[in-house]
Design a protein around this ligand. Structure first.
Ligand code: ABU
Length: 587
């Protein structure tokens, strides 16, 4: 067993003790014991037939997506194998050494990846560095590997959380952070005058951190961002979006979940002219087609319909430079070679195809760092003498990766202080079932460059509004109708006045006296007021404009007049009925 296995572990605070940490502790305790018991020990790096010394590196590759993940190993592993071949064939890179890759399938599952990490550490020769892909896996590996002073280079992890140097002290990545796309998204929102957006995310650290950054950027620009999250089944989250009248929706999730979201979007009508979806750009070209093993309740046609016109944003991962880089090939040549290596299979639908140049460059960064370390090592120390407790050599390896700068097939490879890669963003839109690059965005200058392929909108109606538009408009009755009603109201008032005069004039007559003239007069006053309220009811009629204050006064007066009139008329009628009842009862 390695001496480092008995190194004291730093215990994290109990409140932040994730489940994989318990597995890690258990493995830390069991593995050294089992190694000693079963005689498992690390072999020394051995020498090749041609006298070259083997340098071992470990690499975890997600070869399948599982329930929700990124199957990037499908294209990234062949790319790394190609880089290995190119590096080993170059006489000026690591002369006297041959790189050897020890690889395993992490299935994008952190628990499995930790198990593989232990195998790397405790089985076979020492690994000088590790390669990792997929954010959840890179997170656990980069948090754990410093226990053995191992530097990790990630070719496929976009989580913004990985930019934390305190938490991941020995991590570098050739894959740009997912935060890189947020300024592009926000500038697009501004361009289309969208002031309200919604974020739909799966509950994974990679997406939560991206969503938080997007929210903050939106807030700075005065854009309201609302967030909905889901774990596994997005049905309720999509329903909430529909209820909230969400129109501009940014989706942050892995591809399996993306298909579930799209199916729900179709079922709940969140597609078409009124809606704009922004998805992640590294899904395969036909990701939205239902997969037989996923049992989606949407047909291929429905999925295609829901997916049409959506946007994707993703970092540009393939260099367009015609000058070859450090490996002697250009980005285009790399793509042709990889396509040939993959037997010209349907590469656009292969997991990790867009990220393959990053994987190729990750191995080059690693090899160049070994080269640099080799030249800085003091004799008699050699690269093959690396042990997991050799802090000096570990620091040298770290510094060499940190100072890496070369032209790769993905562009210039250089790491920021937090180990991140800087890259431009590409904006694509699905038009007629085909992704079209509509523009590029330079994060350094916050500038768009549009291609000749224009953005298209359903029914050519332009960008939709970000919510239901509430427009105030004055509803009036026509003047003809108003004047007719006024005439009738006038007759009503005249009739009431005439009846009052008649009542007063013939008030001495028995028939009038017995008919309760006081009640009759109140009834007439009420009828006249009800009729008079009709003059105000139709206002403002066509062509008559009232100020806000006048309009408020009008609303109050017409209701008050009608209420008083109605009370007078009905009240007096009931009073009269009551009096007649009392007279009848007393007789
Ligand atoms: N471009 C693939 C990123 C995968 C991940 O961050 O998990």
């Amino acid at each position: 067993a390695r001496g480092c296995a008995t190194r004291p572990m730093r215990a994290p605070p109990a409140s932040s003790w994730p489940p994989w940490r318990s597995q890690l502790l258990l493995l830390l305790l069991i593995f050294p014991l089992s190694s000693a018991f079963f005689g498992i020990s690390s072999e020394e790096s051995h020498t090749d037939d041609d006298g070259r010394v083997h340098l071992h590196v470990g690499g975890v590759f997600p070869m399948e997506a599982g329930a929700g993940g990124w199957p990037g190993g499908q294209a990234c592993l062949p790319a790394v194998e190609m880089a290995l071949e190119h590096i080993n064939n170059k006489t000026d890179v690591l002369p006297g050494y041959k790189l050897h890759l020890n690889q395993s399938n992490s299935k994008c599952q952190p628990g499995l990846a930790i198990q593989e990490l232990y195998k790397f550490v405790y089985e076979g020769p020492n690994k000088l560095m590790l390669l990792a892909g997929c954010s959840p896996v890179t997170t656990v590996i980069a948090e754990t590997a410093p226990e053995w002073n191992l530097v990790v280079i990630s070719y496929g992890a976009s989580s913004p959380a990985l930019s934390d140097r305190a938490r991941f002290p020995r991590l570098f990545r050739t894959h740009p952070s997912a935060n890189m796309q947020n300024p592009t998204r926000v500038d697009l929102f501004e361009m289309f005058k969208w002031k309200r957006i919604s974020i739909l995310q799966s509950v994974e650290e990679v997406f939560t951190t991206t969503a938080k950054d997007l929210e903050e950027l939106c807030k700075k620009k005065g854009i309201r961002a609302e967030r909905q999250s889901f774990y596994g089944d997005p049905t309720d989250a999509v329903r909430t979006l529909a209820r909230q009248d969400a129109r501009i929706i940014v989706g942050l999730f892995y591809v399996t979940e993306a298909r579930r979201v799209l199916c729900q979007a179709f079922k709940q009508g969140l597609y078409g002219r009124k809606y704009v979806w922004f998805f992640i750009g590294w899904y395969a070209d036909t990701w939205y087609e239902p997969q037989p093993d996923e049992h989606l309740s949407c047909t291929r046609e429905e999925m295609r319909k829901a997916a049409e016109f959506h946007f994707t944003t993703e970092s540009i991962m393939l260099s367009k430079d015609v000058e070859p880089g450090v490996s002697g090939i250009t980005g285009r040549q790399f793509e042709d070679m990889l396509r040939k290596k993959l037997n010209n299979t349907d590469v656009a639908n292969l997991g990790g195809w867009p990220e393959a140049p990053l994987a190729y460059d990750a191995l080059w960064a690693l090899a160049l760092a070994f080269n640099c370390t080799r030249s800085h090592l003091k004799a008699p120390l050699k690269l093959e003498d690396f042990t997991y407790t050799n802090l000096g050599m570990a620091q040298l390896l770290f510094d060499c990766v940190k100072n890496t700068s070369f032209k790769g097939v993905s562009g210039n490879v250089k790491f920021s202080d937090s180990g991140d890669r800087i890259a431009k963003t590409q904006i694509e839109q699905l038009q007629g079932g085909r992704y079209v690059v509509v523009g590029r965005y330079d994060n350094s200058f916050h500038k768009f460059t549009w291609t000749e392929d224009e953005i298209r909108w359903p029914q050519n109606k332009g960008p939709p509004p970000d919510s239901t538009i509430i427009r105030e408009s004055l509803l009036t009755v026509s003047n003809g109708l108003y004047f007719v009603v006024c005439l009738l109201a006038f007759f009503g008032v005249v009739l009431s006045v005439a009846c009052f005069i008649f009542n007063t004039k013939y008030g001495y007559r028995g028939v009038i006296v017995q008919s309760q003239p006081q009640c009759n007069n109140i009834l007439l006053a009420g009828s006249a007021l009800c009729s008079a309220s009709l003059f105000l009811m139709g206002l403002p009629a066509e062509g008559i404009h009232l100020s806000d204050a006048e309009f408020t006064m009008l609303c109050h007066s017409r209701i008050s007049i009608l209420m008083i009139g109605f009370t007078f008329a009905y009240g007096s009628m009931f009073a009269k009925v009551w009096i007649v009842h009392r007279i009848g009862a007393s007789e």
